[in-house]
Design a protein. Structure first.
Length: 291
């Protein structure tokens, strides 16, 4: 009876024979441990690639925005100068049309004071605008490269936009009409008040005046004429800061010999100045990221 009870207890499903399975568990642990380590290495390496890709995109976004912010400063400078250009142009229009000039040369002298390659106010404003067009374009690219060097010096940044100027500009000119007298060949012509011009910047003519003064002259009927005077700049192209960045191939944090290293990673970004209006002299440009 006792022997049969022992045999039945051995056949009961609730009784586990650990001694017979110790070898199987050891083999299973030995088999799973490398797989677990491989999975751990894969997780670390995949996270490294994802982090580097996100980091690379954030850096190129910052490069594009930094460049666009400098571009916006340059366009705001040009827009602000455009208001001065329009103001001075309207001033010469009022002076030219204010009366009949003593002769053509006096009207030309007045025009040259505002628009002349060596001393003209309008031409100096235009010169400053073109200098800003080139200077801020170069500084924008320098700003982008500075951001890249501070954050990821081993990466390579390439500009895909024109870095020599912010944009192309067209000078809009207006025709300003005026009248002047032709000299007569006889002294019997009646004297008339005529407009003459003196440079208001000359110390000999200091005071609150615009260079115009009147004196009598013997003249015929007035003759009409006009000058083409620069009025404002108009922006001809879109200004954009467009970059791509490349992080060269490098080692994985773990198991580089097994996985072959991280391939070269690429990212692109573009930003542009927006919100201002050059032709209207509105200096409200600011940097916006372009999707």
């Amino acid at each position: 009876m006792k022997t049969n009870a022992v045999k039945q207890r051995k056949k009961m499903p609730g009784v586990v024979q650990l001694d017979s399975q110790r070898g199987s568990i050891t083999v299973m642990i030995a088999f799973l441990l490398p797989i677990m380590l491989l999975m751990l290495v894969l997780v670390v390496n995949i996270n490294h690639m994802i982090f580097q890709k996100i980091r690379l995109q954030n850096i190129v976004d910052a490069c594009a925005l930094s460049a666009a912010a400098v571009q916006a400063a340059g366009l705001n400078e040009i827009a602000d100068l455009n208001r001065d250009l329009m103001t001075e142009s309207q001033k010469i229009e009022r002076i030219l049309a204010g009366g009949v000039w003593h002769n053509y040369s006096h009207a030309r002298d007045a025009k040259n004071f505002f628009s002349n390659g060596s001393s003209g106010v309008l031409d100096w404003i235009y010169k400053y605008q073109m200098e800003a067009n080139q200077y801020y374009a170069a500084q924008a690219d320098n700003a982008a490269r500075h951001v890249k060097d501070k954050n990821l010096a081993q990466a390579f940044l390439r500009a895909r936009h024109n870095t020599s100027e912010l944009a192309g500009f067209k000078t809009e000119k207006y025709s300003y009409f005026f009248l002047y007298y032709l000299a007569t060949d006889t002294s019997k012509a009646p004297p008339r008040p005529t407009r003459r011009w003196r440079n208001p910047d000359n110390p000999r003519y200091a005071g609150d005046h615009d260079g115009v003064y009147y004196m009598p002259g013997k003249r015929r009927l007035p003759k009409p004429d006009f000058f083409e005077i620069p009025y404002r700049l108009e922006k001809q192209a879109t200004t954009i800061a467009d970059y791509d960045i490349v992080l060269p191939a490098h080692d994985f944090p773990l198991g580089n010999l097994f996985f072959g290293g991280v391939p070269a990673l690429h990212a692109k970004a573009a930003a542009k100045p927006a919100g201002g209006y050059i032709a209207q002299g509105i200096p409200n440009y600011r940097a916006l990221l372009v999707n």
